[in-house]
Design a protein around this ligand. Structure first.
Ligand code: DC
Length: 231
């Protein structure tokens, strides 16, 4: 009998490699991959472009909320299995991955009205299963019924090094200390946020990938998927 399409939730700290893993797993299973963090980044980018977030990083919460109905987020699926976020029909990659956006996105993601809108859209995207979604609250809030929940962690210095290498490879003139600082701040904001903080769901399995290669963690997850399909 054909296995029922699963819902797979991958949550965890910034730069633990959630999206790499989620993309690989989705491609292997023929599932849809959704990067929920990109959606929060899309709202932050829109705010920066519109001036509701100043260059001084001050967020005008009331304006962000008032503009929410004018923000339309879509993913364009790429032939190699990835996806690119579009904001009001305009491709927002790679702008949403820049430090300018990373520095303000935690503040934007702590606004309840923003979360409500994005969670609704995420739930619609995963309504029929066959989805791998990564974020912070996927296993706790978006898909509490997900059959497989993974909670990813890794040593902060190792995460900062990976992020630094990634941004440097893209030509961003970043410093390692700046990346580590931003990561520590975002960890704190993700954990301390009042609405839907980063939290390990009671039925999530923890994956610490400090010493794991992308291939090893992929095998680790696929073994669990096979276990679910057998069961
Ligand atoms: O995964 P990321 O770094 O691209 O996420 C960007 C920001 O959005 C991060 O500060 C946490 C927030 N986020 C969230 O609050 N809930 C999610 N489901 C995904 C991301």
């Amino acid at each position: 009998m054909e296995a029922k399409p699963l819902t797979i939730a991958i949550d965890g700290f910034s730069s633990t490699g959630k999206s790499t893993l989620a993309r690989q797993v989705a491609a292997a299973l023929g599932y849809r991959y959704v990067d929920s963090g990109a959606m929060y980044r899309g709202v932050a980018w829109y705010g920066l472009e519109r001036g509701s977030i100043g260059s001084d990083r001050v967020v005008d919460t009331a304006r962000i909320i008032a503009d929410l109905d004018d923000i339309h987020l879509d993913f364009e699926t790429m032939p190699e299995g990835g996806s690119r976020l579009h904001v009001n029909g305009v491709c927002a990659e790679p702008a949403i991955r820049s430090m300018r956006v990373s520095e303000v996105v935690s503040q934007v993601s702590s606004i309840t009205e923003v979360r409500r809108k994005l969670v609704e859209q995420q739930q619609r995207m995963g309504r029929d299963g066959g989805v791998v979604m990564d974020g912070r609250d996927i296993g706790t809030v978006v898909f509490p019924q997900a059959e497989l929940k993974i909670y990813m962690t890794a040593d902060p210095e190792v995460r900062a090094r990976r992020r630094y290498d990634e941004l440097r490879a893209k030509g961003e003139p970043v410093r390692f200390e700046e990346i580590l600082d931003n990561l520590n701040t975002r960890d704190r904001q993700d954990l301390e946020r009042l609405d839907s903080p980063l939290l390990k769901a009671a039925d999530a399995i923890e994956l610490d990938n400090t010493f794991l290669s992308p291939d090893e963690q992929f095998d680790w997850v696929m073994e669990r998927v096979r276990g679910l399909n057998r069961g």
